[in-house]
Ligand binder design. Structure first.
Ligand code: GDP
Ligand code: IMO
Ligand code: MG
Length: 448
């Protein structure tokens, strides 16, 4: 098999990782959708149905949680990699609603046999822990993501391949339920879950999931060897990464670009480009540090103009100005060479746009991103006011067509981060996208 997988090395397909450069919700779903015009395979590598990726095609809205954006292009294949945690019931529900919306799902979507399974006791543990006195409340999405990754790392998780093994599934659920019920009762006074009922529901879901299951690492490496191109669809964002984010106010997976290799089984040496997605300002949902947060009317205004409410949970997102020290950090951690700036149109009304260009701690300038969440308390943002354009951008389709102050705003981001702007998004629809020529050439993209 080794020879088979490396055979076509000289003509291996191109690869690019799409990674959130902030705290998630940067518009990754929309940008992946634009790229699937050219890329043949889309692979998710981390997270689970905590993600909510919005794609709008000719006014029709799709919100994807687990299913990669490739499913919306009939010629694309989508893969849910081993780094993802999958709730089979949520997955089947999502597939059902996509089919109901007229999307073909079947033979074009594969799930890794090594992905971890989320079970109801993961949600029970998360609920207990989020509400327990004395514990740090993260403000999670309540999907059981954290406890499922805990079980993975604790080497007591259930993988998709095990889910399909009915005998093993029964034993696993019986043992895990006994253990989790005892812990949850002792710590959080939770009501016990019924193992028998759980087994019936998940054995049934397993049979429906079976046709999707593959060794996706082999599938992806074979696709590359055959010259097919792959885009890795990141979920969450850099500042939510378990290692590099604002710990402990993070998710439990490797959301950064490195996760694309471990989360799919495609080697790091086969990753060509990392494309970071950033809003023209900043948002975060849930608790934790946010140095450039606006807690005033301006923040409320950004939230309204940007429709900043969670795609899945509906929670209002916190808003703030663009934070360049964090964006530089994100560019470093991910190796971002191309940057996509989304939601530029949300700033269309402003005559002046403050941007955080540095931090001050105890009156001294620093660029350092703190290791401790408490370290952010001391940070004071240093702002520079850039000229706004105070003109609509939603219908503009070329870089040259943008008002000069908007081009200057983008050039400033490029200069500060060292990454080049690849695309500019000026509205939620697939069509409201400006592609930069050098990026189109570099990635060998087809014209849209
Ligand atoms: P993701 O999780 O990174 O895929 O992002 P979400 O879909 O959760 O959030 C991004 C939101 O912004 C969605 O509602 C998108 O439809 C919307 N959006 C994406 N790009 C733009 C843009 O350029 N302008 C505006 N106004 N909305 C956008
Ligand atoms: P996409 O892919 C924004 C946040 C939650 C919470 C923290 C931990 O749409 O960008 P979890 O349920 O993962 O244990 O919650 O992470 N969070 C997200 N915020 N976008 C996301 O995904 C997120 N996924 C998780 O709000 O603060
Ligand atoms: Mg989202």
């Amino acid at each position: 098999m080794e020879r088979e997988l490396t055979r076509g090395k000289a003509s291996r397909g191109r690869t690019a990782v799409i990674v959130g450069a902030q705290w998630g919700d940067e518009g990754k779903g929309k940008i992946v959708d634009v790229l699937t015009h050219t890329f043949s395979v889309v692979a998710r590598y981390a997270g689970g149905h905590n993600a909510g990726h919005t794609v709008i095609i000719n006014g029709k809205k799709f919100i994807l949680q687990l299913v990669p954006g490739g499913v919306l292009r009939p010629e694309c294949t989508s893969v849910i990699g081993n780094g993802v945690v999958i709730d089979p019931v949520a997955f089947l529900r999502e597939v059902g609603s996509l089919r109901a919306a007229g999307i073909r799902v079947g033979g074009n979507l594969f799930v890794s046999d090594r992905a971890q399974v989320i079970l109801p006791y993961h949600r029970m543990m998360e609920l207990g822990s989020e509400n327990a006195p004395g514990r740090v409340k993260i403000g999670t999405t309540s999907r059981g993501i954290g406890p499922s990754y805990e079980d993975k790392m604790g080497r007591r998780g259930l993988r998709v391949a095990d889910l399909l093994d009915t005998k093993l599934l029964r034993t696993h659920i019986e043992n895990a339920c006994r253990e989790k019920n005892m812990i949850a009762h002792a710590l959080f006074n939770s009501d016990p879950l019924d193992a028998d009922k759980m087994f019936q529901e998940y054995a049934d879901a397993a049979e429906k999931l079976r046709p999707f299951v593959r060794d996706t690492a082999v599938f992806l490496n074979r696709a590359l060897a055959e010259g097919k191109s792959i885009v890795f669809e990141g979920a969450q964002g850099t500042m939510l990464d378990i290692d590099h984010g604002t710990y402990p106010f993070v998710t439990s997976s490797s959301a950064t670009s490195g996760g694309a290799a471990t989360g799919t089984g495609v080697p790091p040496t086969s990753i060509d480009t990392v494309i970071g997605i950033t809003k023209a300002y900043c948002t975060r949902v849930g608790g934790g540090p946010f140095p450039s947060e606006l807690l005033n009317e301006q923040g409320e205004h950004l939230r309204k103009r940007g429709n900043e409410f969670g795609a899945v949970t509906g929670r209002p997102r916190r808003t703030g100005w663009l934070d360049l020290p964090l964006l530089k950090y994100s560019a470093m951690i991910n190796g971002i060479s191309w940057l996509v700036v989304t939601k530029l149109d949300v700033l269309d009304h402003l005559k002046e746009i403050p941007v955080c260009v540095g931090y001050k701690v105890d009156g001294k300038k620093t660029d350092e991103v703190p290791a401790q969440a408490s370290g952010y308390d001391k940070i004071e943002c240093v702002y520079r006011n850039l000229q706004g354009w105070a003109a609509p951008t939603q219908t503009i389709r070329t870089e040259d067509g943008l008002p000069k102050p908007a081009r200057d705003y983008l050039a400033f981001i490029e200069k500060e981060t060292g990454a080049r702007v690849a695309m500019i998004s000026t509205g939620p629809d697939r069509e409201q996208t400006i592609l930069i020529d050098d990026f189109v050439k570099d990635l060998g993209l087809k014209s849209q």
